[in-house]
Design a protein around this ligand. Structure first.
Ligand SMILES: CC(C)(COP(=O)(O)OP(=O)(O)OC[C@H]1O[C@@H](n2cnc3c(N)ncnc32)[C@H](O)[C@@H]1OP(=O)(O)O)[C@@H](O)C(=O)NCCC(=O)NCCS
Length: 173
């Protein structure tokens, strides 16, 4: 169940990406649903292949797709990266990063890292000392380079359980 508004959770942030582009991170709103669903589908199909087959990516994109974003917003905390329009989003369920997607046309510019750091700060501000997530094969090295460690074997969908000690993540005031 989604907790009531928690003052420990950041509401929004403005930051500069490498290259000096200005990006805002804000809470998702109901009107974002279609854009976020589209980012999810395009990110999976364009960025997860060839670490997995096109068929596997199609299955992932289709999984729970009908109300995937609405459910995330209803049950968890969802933040959107905005550069004029939405370019990525992250979902946090207590101590777990439950989703991270960046529009393929905006990938490799630091948007995903900014969203991940924002999510980790939120988790840390909620009182957890460790962040958890399940990484698809295509994103495994990405998370390992950002301080996550394997804490089990991949499941039948090829998702690796990872965790990160948040001691090094500075809490926001
Ligand atoms: C994984 C994902 C969220 C990463 O998003 P992203 O915005 O491309 O991530 P970043 O730009 O922060 O980092 C990606 C790479 O680009 C590099 N990069 C970032 N800014 C850059 C810049 N200005 N110039 C060149 N390279 C840059 C980063 O160093 C990073 O490389 P590294 O992992 O070798 O360090 C995105 O690829 C995605 O949506 N994938 C499909 C869905 C998915 O797998 N989600 C995770 C599921 S568990």
């Amino acid at each position: 169940m989604k907790p009531v508004a928690n003052p420990a959770r950041p509401a929004a942030a403005a930051l500069r990406l490498r290259g000096n582009d200005l990006m805002q991170i804000r809470r998702a709103e109901a009107t974002d649903e279609e854009a976020l669903a589209s980012i999810r589908r395009r990110a999976i199909l364009a960025l997860a292949v060839p670490a997995m087959s096109r068929e596997q990516a199609e299955r992932w994109a289709a999984r729970g797709a009908a109300d995937r974003v609405a459910r995330a917003m209803r049950e968890h905390d969802v933040w959107v990266a905005v550069e004029g329009a939405a370019v990525g989003w992250v979902e946090v369920d207590r101590d777990r990063v439950a989703a991270l997607y960046v529009s393929p046309s905006c990938s490799r510019r630091g948007v995903g890292s900014a969203l991940l750091t924002f999510a980790e700060t939120s988790i840390r501000n909620s009182g957890y000392t460790t962040a958890r997530l399940e990484s698809s094969q295509n994103a495994l090295d990405y998370y390992l380079r950002r301080g996550y460690l394997r804490c089990g074997f991949a499941d039948s969908d090829g998702a690796w359980p990872l965790r990160k000690d948040l001691a090094a993540v500075t809490p926001t005031p």
